[in-house]
Design a protein around this ligand. Structure first.
Ligand SMILES: NC(=O)c1ccc[n+]([C@@H]2O[C@H](COP(=O)([O-])OP(=O)(O)OC[C@H]3O[C@@H](n4cnc5c(N)ncnc54)[C@H](O)[C@@H]3O)[C@@H](O)[C@H]2O)c1
Length: 306
Protein backbone atom coordinates (compact mmCIF):
# COMPACT_ATOMS: atom_id res chain seq x y z
CA UNK A 1 0.00 0.00 0.00
CA UNK A 2 1.32 3.42 -0.90
CA UNK A 3 1.48 5.65 2.17
CA UNK A 4 4.35 8.10 1.97
CA UNK A 5 3.45 11.77 1.42
CA UNK A 6 -0.24 11.09 0.87
CA UNK A 7 -2.25 13.77 -0.91
CA UNK A 8 0.82 15.48 -2.33
CA UNK A 9 0.90 15.52 -6.12
CA UNK A 10 3.80 16.52 -8.32
CA UNK A 11 2.80 17.44 -11.87
CA UNK A 12 5.62 17.41 -14.40
CA UNK A 13 4.82 19.90 -17.16
CA UNK A 14 2.63 22.91 -16.34
CA UNK A 15 0.91 23.13 -19.72
CA UNK A 16 -2.68 22.55 -20.76
CA UNK A 17 -3.05 19.08 -19.21
CA UNK A 18 -0.76 19.54 -16.21
CA UNK A 19 -2.64 22.65 -15.10
CA UNK A 20 -6.05 21.00 -15.37
CA UNK A 21 -4.85 17.90 -13.51
CA UNK A 22 -3.47 20.12 -10.72
CA UNK A 23 -6.78 22.06 -10.55
CA UNK A 24 -8.67 18.78 -10.17
CA UNK A 25 -6.54 17.44 -7.30
CA UNK A 26 -6.20 20.75 -5.44
CA UNK A 27 -9.97 21.26 -5.66
CA UNK A 28 -10.18 17.97 -3.72
CA UNK A 29 -7.80 19.13 -0.99
CA UNK A 30 -4.48 17.83 -2.34
CA UNK A 31 -1.25 19.81 -2.31
CA UNK A 32 0.32 20.17 -5.74
CA UNK A 33 3.71 21.22 -7.00
CA UNK A 34 3.91 21.99 -10.72
CA UNK A 35 7.35 21.41 -12.18
CA UNK A 36 8.26 23.01 -15.51
CA UNK A 37 11.62 24.32 -16.76
CA UNK A 38 9.91 27.08 -18.79
CA UNK A 39 9.56 30.39 -16.91
CA UNK A 40 6.68 31.47 -19.14
CA UNK A 41 4.79 28.14 -18.64
CA UNK A 42 5.13 28.50 -14.87
CA UNK A 43 3.95 32.10 -15.03
CA UNK A 44 0.91 31.27 -17.17
CA UNK A 45 0.17 28.30 -14.94
CA UNK A 46 0.25 30.49 -11.83
CA UNK A 47 -2.24 32.90 -13.43
CA UNK A 48 -4.57 30.10 -14.53
CA UNK A 49 -4.54 28.23 -11.22
CA UNK A 50 -4.93 31.29 -9.02
CA UNK A 51 -7.93 32.29 -11.14
CA UNK A 52 -9.43 28.77 -10.96
CA UNK A 53 -8.66 28.17 -7.26
CA UNK A 54 -8.62 31.57 -5.54
CA UNK A 55 -8.96 30.01 -2.06
CA UNK A 56 -6.24 27.38 -2.46
CA UNK A 57 -3.02 29.34 -3.00
CA UNK A 58 -1.40 27.73 0.04
CA UNK A 59 -1.77 24.25 -1.52
CA UNK A 60 0.07 25.21 -4.71
CA UNK A 61 3.70 25.73 -5.64
CA UNK A 62 5.77 25.95 -8.83
CA UNK A 63 9.35 24.82 -9.39
CA UNK A 64 11.75 24.49 -12.31
CA UNK A 65 13.60 21.36 -11.18
CA UNK A 66 12.46 17.77 -10.70
CA UNK A 67 13.94 17.66 -7.17
CA UNK A 68 10.71 19.34 -6.02
CA UNK A 69 8.96 15.97 -6.56
CA UNK A 70 11.04 14.41 -3.79
CA UNK A 71 8.21 14.05 -1.24
CA UNK A 72 5.19 13.58 -3.51
CA UNK A 73 3.26 10.31 -3.12
CA UNK A 74 1.88 10.65 -6.63
CA UNK A 75 3.72 12.06 -9.64
CA UNK A 76 1.87 12.66 -12.90
CA UNK A 77 3.98 13.50 -15.93
CA UNK A 78 2.31 15.78 -18.51
CA UNK A 79 5.34 16.95 -20.50
CA UNK A 80 5.34 17.09 -24.33
CA UNK A 81 4.47 13.91 -26.24
CA UNK A 82 8.03 12.80 -26.97
CA UNK A 83 9.32 9.37 -25.97
CA UNK A 84 12.95 10.28 -25.26
CA UNK A 85 12.02 13.46 -23.36
CA UNK A 86 9.59 11.54 -21.16
CA UNK A 87 12.10 8.71 -20.60
CA UNK A 88 14.74 11.23 -19.54
CA UNK A 89 12.28 12.77 -17.07
CA UNK A 90 11.47 9.34 -15.57
CA UNK A 91 15.14 8.40 -15.21
CA UNK A 92 15.85 11.67 -13.39
CA UNK A 93 12.68 11.41 -11.31
CA UNK A 94 13.61 7.99 -9.98
CA UNK A 95 16.75 9.44 -8.49
CA UNK A 96 14.84 12.02 -6.44
CA UNK A 97 11.41 10.65 -5.51
CA UNK A 98 10.41 8.62 -2.45
CA UNK A 99 10.64 4.83 -2.96
CA UNK A 100 6.90 4.24 -2.68
CA UNK A 101 5.80 7.14 -4.89
CA UNK A 102 3.61 6.12 -7.80
CA UNK A 103 4.77 7.58 -11.12
CA UNK A 104 2.18 8.01 -13.87
CA UNK A 105 2.36 9.31 -17.42
CA UNK A 106 -0.43 11.24 -19.11
CA UNK A 107 0.84 10.21 -22.54
CA UNK A 108 -1.86 10.26 -25.22
CA UNK A 109 -0.81 6.86 -26.47
CA UNK A 110 2.92 6.12 -26.28
CA UNK A 111 3.48 2.55 -25.09
CA UNK A 112 3.58 2.43 -21.29
CA UNK A 113 6.01 -0.51 -21.48
CA UNK A 114 8.35 1.53 -23.69
CA UNK A 115 8.20 4.48 -21.29
CA UNK A 116 8.85 2.15 -18.35
CA UNK A 117 11.81 0.44 -20.01
CA UNK A 118 14.26 3.04 -18.62
CA UNK A 119 13.09 2.65 -15.02
CA UNK A 120 14.90 0.68 -12.34
CA UNK A 121 11.60 0.16 -10.49
CA UNK A 122 8.85 -0.08 -13.13
CA UNK A 123 6.53 -1.80 -10.66
CA UNK A 124 5.34 1.66 -9.46
CA UNK A 125 4.85 3.03 -12.98
CA UNK A 126 1.64 3.25 -15.02
CA UNK A 127 -0.32 5.40 -17.45
CA UNK A 128 -3.13 7.73 -16.40
CA UNK A 129 -4.61 9.18 -19.55
CA UNK A 130 -6.86 12.15 -18.83
CA UNK A 131 -9.04 13.75 -21.52
CA UNK A 132 -9.06 17.49 -22.06
CA UNK A 133 -10.35 19.50 -20.21
CA UNK A 134 -8.96 17.15 -17.56
CA UNK A 135 -10.72 18.89 -14.67
CA UNK A 136 -14.09 18.42 -16.40
CA UNK A 137 -14.17 15.17 -18.43
CA UNK A 138 -14.88 12.33 -15.94
CA UNK A 139 -13.05 9.48 -17.63
CA UNK A 140 -9.40 8.53 -17.09
CA UNK A 141 -7.78 5.52 -18.76
CA UNK A 142 -5.42 3.64 -16.42
CA UNK A 143 -2.81 1.54 -18.20
CA UNK A 144 -0.43 -0.82 -16.43
CA UNK A 145 2.97 -1.72 -17.83
CA UNK A 146 3.96 -5.38 -17.66
CA UNK A 147 5.71 -4.78 -14.30
CA UNK A 148 3.13 -2.55 -12.55
CA UNK A 149 2.04 -3.99 -9.21
CA UNK A 150 -1.73 -4.59 -9.21
CA UNK A 151 -1.87 -2.86 -5.82
CA UNK A 152 -0.58 0.34 -7.45
CA UNK A 153 -3.28 0.10 -10.14
CA UNK A 154 -5.93 -0.41 -7.45
CA UNK A 155 -4.53 2.49 -5.46
CA UNK A 156 -4.58 4.87 -8.43
CA UNK A 157 -8.09 3.81 -9.44
CA UNK A 158 -9.22 4.55 -5.85
CA UNK A 159 -7.44 7.93 -5.82
CA UNK A 160 -9.05 8.88 -9.15
CA UNK A 161 -12.50 7.96 -7.84
CA UNK A 162 -11.81 10.03 -4.73
CA UNK A 163 -11.18 13.13 -6.88
CA UNK A 164 -14.43 12.52 -8.77
CA UNK A 165 -13.10 10.66 -11.80
CA UNK A 166 -14.37 7.57 -13.58
CA UNK A 167 -11.28 5.40 -14.15
CA UNK A 168 -11.24 2.52 -16.63
CA UNK A 169 -8.49 -0.09 -16.63
CA UNK A 170 -7.04 -0.70 -20.10
CA UNK A 171 -5.98 -4.35 -20.05
CA UNK A 172 -3.46 -4.17 -22.91
CA UNK A 173 -0.77 -1.59 -23.52
CA UNK A 174 -1.87 -0.79 -27.07
CA UNK A 175 -1.00 2.47 -28.98
CA UNK A 176 -3.66 5.12 -28.37
CA UNK A 177 -5.27 2.95 -25.66
CA UNK A 178 -9.08 2.98 -26.13
CA UNK A 179 -10.13 6.62 -26.33
CA UNK A 180 -7.63 7.81 -28.90
CA UNK A 181 -8.15 4.77 -31.14
CA UNK A 182 -11.89 5.50 -31.25
CA UNK A 183 -11.34 9.24 -31.62
CA UNK A 184 -8.78 8.90 -34.41
CA UNK A 185 -10.92 6.44 -36.37
CA UNK A 186 -13.74 9.00 -36.33
CA UNK A 187 -11.45 11.96 -37.11
CA UNK A 188 -9.78 10.15 -40.03
CA UNK A 189 -13.15 9.38 -41.58
CA UNK A 190 -14.35 12.97 -40.98
CA UNK A 191 -11.26 14.42 -42.71
CA UNK A 192 -11.65 11.94 -45.54
CA UNK A 193 -15.27 13.01 -46.08
CA UNK A 194 -14.15 16.64 -46.15
CA UNK A 195 -11.32 15.84 -48.56
CA UNK A 196 -13.74 14.04 -50.88
CA UNK A 197 -16.13 17.02 -50.81
CA UNK A 198 -19.01 14.96 -49.40
CA UNK A 199 -20.07 17.85 -47.14
CA UNK A 200 -18.72 21.03 -45.53
CA UNK A 201 -16.73 20.90 -42.27
CA UNK A 202 -19.73 22.43 -40.47
CA UNK A 203 -22.13 19.80 -41.81
CA UNK A 204 -19.80 16.89 -41.02
CA UNK A 205 -19.41 18.18 -37.45
CA UNK A 206 -23.16 18.75 -37.19
CA UNK A 207 -23.83 15.10 -38.06
CA UNK A 208 -21.19 13.95 -35.56
CA UNK A 209 -22.54 16.18 -32.77
CA UNK A 210 -26.30 15.95 -33.26
CA UNK A 211 -26.68 12.36 -34.48
CA UNK A 212 -23.77 10.43 -32.98
CA UNK A 213 -22.40 12.58 -30.14
CA UNK A 214 -25.68 13.18 -28.39
CA UNK A 215 -26.46 9.46 -28.46
CA UNK A 216 -22.92 8.42 -27.50
CA UNK A 217 -23.30 10.15 -24.14
CA UNK A 218 -26.07 7.66 -23.31
CA UNK A 219 -25.20 4.53 -25.30
CA UNK A 220 -21.66 3.52 -26.26
CA UNK A 221 -20.92 2.12 -29.74
CA UNK A 222 -21.35 -1.50 -28.61
CA UNK A 223 -24.55 -0.85 -26.67
CA UNK A 224 -25.90 1.03 -29.69
CA UNK A 225 -25.14 -1.93 -31.99
CA UNK A 226 -27.16 -4.19 -29.68
CA UNK A 227 -30.03 -1.70 -29.82
CA UNK A 228 -29.90 -1.41 -33.63
CA UNK A 229 -29.57 -5.17 -34.12
CA UNK A 230 -26.35 -7.05 -34.83
CA UNK A 231 -27.79 -8.61 -37.99
CA UNK A 232 -28.53 -5.15 -39.38
CA UNK A 233 -25.03 -4.01 -38.46
CA UNK A 234 -23.47 -7.10 -40.01
CA UNK A 235 -25.27 -6.48 -43.30
CA UNK A 236 -24.04 -2.86 -43.38
CA UNK A 237 -20.41 -3.78 -42.63
CA UNK A 238 -20.33 -6.04 -45.70
CA UNK A 239 -20.70 -3.17 -48.16
CA UNK A 240 -19.43 -0.29 -46.00
CA UNK A 241 -16.10 -1.54 -44.57
CA UNK A 242 -14.42 -1.78 -48.00
CA UNK A 243 -15.32 1.87 -48.61
CA UNK A 244 -14.17 3.35 -45.27
CA UNK A 245 -11.01 5.44 -45.05
CA UNK A 246 -8.06 3.26 -44.13
CA UNK A 247 -4.96 5.20 -45.24
CA UNK A 248 -1.98 4.55 -42.96
CA UNK A 249 -0.41 8.02 -43.13
CA UNK A 250 -1.82 11.49 -42.32
CA UNK A 251 -4.30 12.58 -44.99
CA UNK A 252 -2.87 15.24 -47.40
CA UNK A 253 -5.64 17.62 -46.27
CA UNK A 254 -4.22 17.48 -42.73
CA UNK A 255 -0.56 17.57 -43.76
CA UNK A 256 -1.17 20.62 -45.96
CA UNK A 257 -2.87 22.52 -43.16
CA UNK A 258 -0.03 21.73 -40.75
CA UNK A 259 2.52 22.69 -43.44
CA UNK A 260 0.79 26.07 -43.87
CA UNK A 261 0.85 26.72 -40.11
CA UNK A 262 -2.94 26.30 -39.83
CA UNK A 263 -2.88 24.42 -36.53
CA UNK A 264 -6.38 25.19 -35.28
CA UNK A 265 -7.24 27.32 -32.26
CA UNK A 266 -3.60 27.89 -31.29
CA UNK A 267 -2.81 29.62 -34.62
CA UNK A 268 -6.29 31.08 -35.19
CA UNK A 269 -7.13 28.87 -38.17
CA UNK A 270 -7.56 25.16 -38.88
CA UNK A 271 -10.67 23.63 -40.40
CA UNK A 272 -12.39 26.79 -39.10
CA UNK A 273 -11.51 30.43 -38.53
CA UNK A 274 -11.23 30.75 -34.72
CA UNK A 275 -10.71 34.52 -34.75
CA UNK A 276 -14.38 35.43 -35.34
CA UNK A 277 -16.31 36.81 -32.33
CA UNK A 278 -18.81 33.88 -32.54
CA UNK A 279 -16.12 31.19 -32.41
CA UNK A 280 -14.19 33.03 -29.69
CA UNK A 281 -17.36 33.22 -27.59
CA UNK A 282 -18.18 29.53 -28.19
CA UNK A 283 -14.67 28.54 -27.16
CA UNK A 284 -14.89 30.61 -24.00
CA UNK A 285 -18.15 28.93 -22.99
CA UNK A 286 -17.16 25.40 -24.00
CA UNK A 287 -15.79 24.14 -20.66
CA UNK A 288 -18.70 25.56 -18.64
CA UNK A 289 -21.18 23.93 -21.03
CA UNK A 290 -19.33 20.62 -20.81
CA UNK A 291 -19.40 20.87 -17.02
CA UNK A 292 -23.19 21.36 -17.09
CA UNK A 293 -23.54 18.37 -19.39
CA UNK A 294 -21.45 16.18 -17.09
CA UNK A 295 -23.64 17.21 -14.15
CA UNK A 296 -26.79 16.53 -16.15
CA UNK A 297 -25.63 13.11 -17.29
CA UNK A 298 -24.46 12.12 -13.83
CA UNK A 299 -20.82 11.47 -14.75
CA UNK A 300 -19.77 12.49 -11.26
CA UNK A 301 -22.21 10.07 -9.65
CA UNK A 302 -20.99 7.33 -11.98
CA UNK A 303 -17.45 8.06 -10.83
CA UNK A 304 -18.38 7.65 -7.17
CA UNK A 305 -20.40 4.50 -7.88
CA UNK A 306 -23.74 6.22 -7.20
N1 LIG B 1 -3.80 18.38 -25.06
C1 LIG B 1 -4.58 17.32 -24.98
O1 LIG B 1 -5.74 17.35 -25.39
C2 LIG B 1 -4.08 16.06 -24.33
C3 LIG B 1 -5.02 15.10 -23.90
C4 LIG B 1 -4.55 13.94 -23.26
C5 LIG B 1 -3.19 13.76 -23.09
N2 LIG B 1 -2.30 14.71 -23.54
C6 LIG B 1 -0.88 14.47 -23.31
O2 LIG B 1 -0.48 15.21 -22.17
C7 LIG B 1 0.88 15.61 -22.31
C8 LIG B 1 0.98 17.11 -22.21
O3 LIG B 1 0.19 17.70 -23.21
P1 LIG B 1 -0.27 19.25 -23.13
O4 LIG B 1 -1.32 19.40 -24.14
O5 LIG B 1 -0.49 19.64 -21.72
O6 LIG B 1 1.08 19.97 -23.66
P2 LIG B 1 1.52 21.49 -23.42
O7 LIG B 1 2.45 21.82 -24.53
O8 LIG B 1 0.36 22.36 -23.16
O9 LIG B 1 2.37 21.42 -22.05
C9 LIG B 1 3.59 20.76 -21.93
C10 LIG B 1 4.40 21.49 -20.85
O10 LIG B 1 5.57 20.70 -20.61
C11 LIG B 1 6.63 21.60 -20.35
N3 LIG B 1 7.91 20.92 -20.52
C12 LIG B 1 8.71 20.86 -21.60
N4 LIG B 1 9.82 20.14 -21.30
C13 LIG B 1 9.70 19.74 -20.00
C14 LIG B 1 10.52 18.99 -19.12
N5 LIG B 1 11.70 18.50 -19.50
N6 LIG B 1 10.08 18.79 -17.86
C15 LIG B 1 8.88 19.28 -17.44
N7 LIG B 1 8.08 20.00 -18.25
C16 LIG B 1 8.47 20.23 -19.52
C17 LIG B 1 6.39 22.75 -21.33
O11 LIG B 1 7.08 23.92 -20.88
C18 LIG B 1 4.87 22.88 -21.26
O12 LIG B 1 4.48 23.82 -20.27
C19 LIG B 1 1.35 15.04 -23.66
O13 LIG B 1 1.92 13.80 -23.45
C20 LIG B 1 0.03 14.92 -24.43
O14 LIG B 1 0.11 13.97 -25.47
C21 LIG B 1 -2.72 15.86 -24.13
Amino acid sequence: MVQTAPRKLAVIGAGNMGNAIAILFVAHGWQAVLIDPSDSSREKSRERLFAALPQSASLLSWEAGLEAAHDAGLIIEAAPENLSLKQEIFTRLEAVCVPDAVIASNTSGISINQLASVLKHPKRFLGTHFFTPADVIPLVEVIACEHTLPTHCDHIMAVLREVGKLPVLVRKDIPGFIGNRLQHALAREAMSLLEKGVASAEDIDTVAKWALGIRLAITGPLEQRDINGLDVHHAITEYLYPDLENRQTPLPLLSNKVGQGHLGVKSGKGFYDWTTPERKAALKEKDATLRQLVELLGGRQAASGG
